[in-house]
Design a protein. Structure first.
Ligand code: GDP
Ligand code: FO1
Length: 310
């Protein structure tokens, strides 16, 4: 086990924001990011992996850091032509973004696994950090709503996140195996960082892969909350946490994540358990670097003075 190696669990917004700084503070070759694939979808004949793509584009320095999806400055000519021709496309796919989907899907069609295809695209993008899908087996997030079952993207984009969610199902998760890269990182890493991602739809599937939670037992687990006080920084985390039977706050985050050695919450949080408090707002690169240094300190055994609840 390498004392400096770090496994990061990621979705497609909060954790990518943190990754910008993390790669400046940690040696890139010591970091592996395992990314949620339960929101992936085949669209217009190609596999779209929103969380994997945001992580890769962010680390390659080409991501759209306003929307936190797609490529900065991308055009949408193909998407609009398709709609004009009477076609449908649930996600607005940018032209350059689509080129990466085509490249990756062709690699998969030629017989490679998702992991192998992602690794080729990662290297082509010049990304030095390890980026791996959580699994090569398909997992799909279905939200059971009052209007019937919906794929995550149908709920979030097709219906604007409005339908009331009663239950969340991850089809295929029980049979999914961790990807080879995730298995390697679980063996090699002393510490696991659960990034500030949605604990239900982004981190939930990664921790839900049979065997993964068990492998965290001998690790130092650091978790960064996606909440600012009583509210998530963005997105549907609160509603989806309630649908998953958890309180929509840091206590619910902690319940969903399980054992955590260092739970980092915002200064405004009313979390009653042991935790560390620091500003979790990540607006620009400097916020991200500051938080990454804080995490590095925790990994090196520094005990910040603002630890409470022990
Ligand atoms: P998704 O895949 O797009 O849902 O993205 P993630 O699951 O990676 O991240 C979504 C979560 O990121 C939301 O629950 C937000 O509250 C959280 N988030 C967004 N911006 C920030 C931020 O600046 N700081 C922190 N700590 N969390 C954030
Ligand atoms: N989110 C949107 O709200 N509208 C879109 O048109 C959209 C397109 C899109 C295309 C590629 C991609 O990788 C992500 C895209 N997203 C879009 C984001 C995505 O639907 C979700 O925010 C994530 O799946 C949540 O992780």
């Amino acid at each position: 086990m390498n004392p400096n190696s770090l496994l990061v669990l990621s979705g497609g917004t909060g954790t990518p924001k943190l990754l910008r700084g993390l790669v400046e503070v940690f040696e890139p070759s010591c970091v592996t990011v395992a990314v949620n694939t339960a929101e992936d979808m085949w669209i217009s004949g190609n596999l779209v992996c929103p969380d994997l793509d945001t992580v890769l584009y962010t680390l390659a320095g080409i991501g759209d850091e306003q929307r936190w999806w797609g490529i900065a400055g991308d055009s949408f000519i193909t998407h609009h032509e398709l709609l004009k021709a009477g076609g449908q496309e649930l996600l607005a796919l940018g032209d350059r973004d689509r080129a990466f989907h085509i490249r990756r899907s062709n690699l998969i069609r030629s017989g490679l696994t998702l992991s192998q295809a992602v690794d080729i695209v990662r290297r082509e993008l010049g990304v030095m950090v390890g980026v791996v899908p959580m699994s090569d087996d398909p997992v799909a997030t279905t939200l059971m709503t009052r209007q019937g079952p919906m794929h995550f993207q149908e709920y979030w984009i097709g219906s604007g996140g409005r339908p009331e969610v009663e239950r969340i199902i991850f089809s295929g998760l029980d049979q999914a195996r961790p990807s080879p890269g995730l298995i390697r990182a679980l063996s090699a890493s002393r510490a696991v960082l659960i990034g500030p991602s949605n604990p239900v739809t982004s981190i939930g599937p990664i921790l839900g892969i049979p065997g993964v939670r068990d492998r965290l037992k001998d690790k130092t687990v650091i978790a960064i909350s996606p909440f600012c006080g009583d509210r998530p920084f963005s997105g549907p985390a609160a509603r989806l946490m309630q649908a998953a039977g958890a309180a929509p706050n840091d206590s619910g985050v902690s319940d969903l994540l399980g054992r955590i050695d260092h739970f980092v919450v915002s200064p405004e949080s009313r979390y009653p358990g042991p935790c560390l408090r620091t500003d979790l707002t990540i607006t620009d690169r400097s916020d991200s670097v500051r938080l990454a240094r804080f995490i590095h300190g925790l990994m090196m055994g520094e005990q910040p003075s603002d630890r409470t609840g022990d």
